[in-house]
Design a protein around this ligand. Structure first.
Ligand code: NA7
Length: 553
């Protein structure tokens, strides 16, 4: 174990660690706990003023867990944590998730190794010393053998390049960078740009509080009622008592949750039976309609059309003004963008204080100091909410832009494709690990559980290296190519790549189009285990250069 040391040494670093972790969200917190328990000296940096990662920043009104099996969106490794923490609702809200992560940080005594309010400005690999040199916004320079990037998949907020945005004189907030101080909508004319998960969660809340709400919608989306409700105490009790079995079920499930996934084809039923099932699952709410109806919804265009038609029918039923209902009508393959869950989204458009602007027929021309000017006129506003999303999955890593072997920059390497091996490692970036990186199941699996399983794999890899006197590990370019193919083959068997979404990178102008999520679920984790069992197949392992490492410390 490398001990911490506050004296500057050979490479100018002050402080030497076995591992530096960037990010104190679900991924970083667990990685810290796991590696520290192995006896490693670990330092975590996070730019936020508190732990929680994405859940610290995304504190906009209405923010909730939108994962199948909401109450199982949690760490699974510790029965104590399971016993001591109960969610109140089926779709826990942002303050509850943040409180959970704060509780975990305290309960596991993680805070002593976390430096908050500190961004990592630079990370460079020193090939001779087989170590990463990290510079922080606090002016510190530290070194670590391993760099673990737990920087989040939805953390690089995307602010669109709309003329005049900087001139807006009212309040302006991005949902992914929401202020900590309470925001009041009372008596204000509010505009929301964007109708993805964040917009759809925030819009009903803002509509209830504001004098007037104008929603600027570019692409209509399918939203399903979340039917959020208090958790049944009996379900909670049973989950606790049978935790080992539930955990095993989560590990074996395609979504990482004890959630019933259908294995039947939509065409095994008559149209009437399908309609009846869709109605039942719509009433049940949440992800049941998407994952609990038919297995071919996400793989067969015709099957998808049956459920998409059903939801379009619901929009026509709910929204009273037929013209507004038509503006809200989505026309992509349902479920191939992030599936939205709402608490009264379509109903909001029946309110007198809500206006919907369809940007496809009435585009934004500019933002003025007093509002938004579209082709058809001016919308005066006191507040503008940008629910405009994120440079997802790869964006925060590209912004971090670590420099690997020979000074190669990640932003340059990823200019045209987001190559990784196993979604966790990158050729030319030895000893660097990603949690929820491009090519891992990330956003289409239970993220806290995924973070645990990936951190455990990292821990095993570190142990393997140390037990054999090895100093560095790095994937081969061929292993990356093969991985890329495996991820693409799984995706191409589905409808996901056909849709413009943040899964495919289409939401960011100029971003290369690539579906970056491994859709294998448990198969992915099985692949990780196989690679390890075969002595880290696909990797080059370097002997530890003892003399050079010692000189650097
Ligand atoms: P999303 O799903 O990427 O949604 C962003 C929205 O912003 C979407 O409706 C976009 O329309 C819209 N957008 C983006 N740029 C513009 C411009 N220039 N003009 C008008 N509208 C624009 O991000 P979210 O934060 O809602 O969702 C991420 C969440 O997924 C996360 O918080 C989790 O809950 C899961 P578009 O569809 O691109 O036409």
């Amino acid at each position: 174990m490398t001990t911490r040391d506050q004296q500057p040494h050979g490479n100018g670093a002050v402080g030497h660690y076995d591992a530096v972790i960037i990010g104190a969200g679900f991924g970083g917190l667990y990685a810290l706990h796991h590696l520290r328990a192995m006896g490693l000296a670990v330092r975590v940096y996070d730019g936020a003023a508190g732990v929680g990662g994405t859940w610290w920043w995304n504190r906009y009104p209405g923010a909730r867990v939108d994962f199948p099996g909401g109450p199982f969106y949690r760490y699974t490794f510790s029965e104590e944590l399971v016993r001591e923490w109960d969610w109140a609702e089926t779709q826990p809200d942002q303050p509850s998730v943040l409180a959970y992560l704060e509780y975990v940080a305290d309960r596991l005594d993680l805070r002593r190794d976390i430096q908050l309010g500190t961004w990592v400005h630079d990370a460079c690999y020193d090939e001779k010393a087989q170590r990463w040199l990290v510079e922080t916004s606090a002016g510190a320079r530290v070194s670590a053998q391993f760099l673990i990037c737990a920087v989040g998949t939805l953390s690089a907020a995307h602010t669109p390049d709309i003329p005049g945005l900087d001139d807006f004189a009212g309040e302006c907030y991005h949902t992914g960078r929401w202020p900590q101080a309470p925001v009041s909508f009372a008596g204000k004319r509010v505009g929301v740009i964007g109708t993805g998960s964040s917009g759809v969660q925030a819009i009903p809340e803002i509509a209830r509080a504001a004098a007037h709400l104008t929603v600027f919608q570019r692409t209509p989306q399918y939203s399903i009622p979340a039917r959020n409700r208090p958790l049944d105490p009996e379900v909670v009790r049973q989950a606790r008592e049978n935790w080992a079995a539930i955990r095993a079920q989560m590990n074996a499930s395609p979504l990482g949750a004890p959630f019933e996934v259908s294995e039947r084809s939509a065409f095994a039923d008559t149209p009437e039976q399908r309609q009846a099932l869709y109605e039942e699952l719509w009433q049940k709410g949440g992800f049941h309609l998407l994952f609990g109806s038919y297995a071919d919804i996400l793989t067969d265009k015709e099957a998808n059309r049956t459920v998409a038609d059903f939801v379009r029918g619901k929009i026509r039923e709910i929204v009273r003004d037929p013209e507004t209902a038509e503006k809200l009508m989505p026309n992509y393959y349902l479920g191939t963008k992030r599936q939205l869950l709402d608490n009264g989204y379509y109903e909001t458009f029946n309110r007198d204080n809500v206006t919907l602007v369809d940007l496809r027929t009435d585009p934004i021309q500019e933002i003025t100091p007093t509002g938004v000017r579209t082709a058809k006129g001016e919308h005066p506003l006191d507040m503008l909410v940008l629910a405009t999303g994120f440079d997802a999955i790869s964006g925060a890593l590209k912004r971090l832009n670590p420099k690997g072997r020979g000074g190669v920059c990640l932003a340059e390497k990823w200019r045209t494709r987001f190559d990784t091996y196993l979604g966790m490692t990158i050729a030319d970036f030895p000893n660097l690990f990603l949690i929820h990186g491009p090519g891992s199941p990330s956003v289409l699996f239970n993220m806290p559980l995924g973070a645990e399983l990936e951190s455990a794999w990292i821990g095993d890899c570190v142990r393997y290296l140390r037990e054999r006197g090895l100093g560095a590990i790095e994937p081969t370019p061929d292993a990356e190519k093969n991985w890329d193919r495996e991820v693409a083959e799984l995706a191409n068997a589905t409808l996901y790549p056909l849709t413009d979404s943040w899964y495919t990178g289409a939401n960011i102008p100029g971003k290369p189009r690539q579906f970056c999520v491994h859709l294998g679920g448990p198969l992915y984790f099985q692949r990780l285990a196989e690679v390890a069992a075969q002595g880290y197949e696909g990797f080059v392992l370097e002997e530890e250069r003892r003399a050079q490492v010692a000189a650097a410390l």
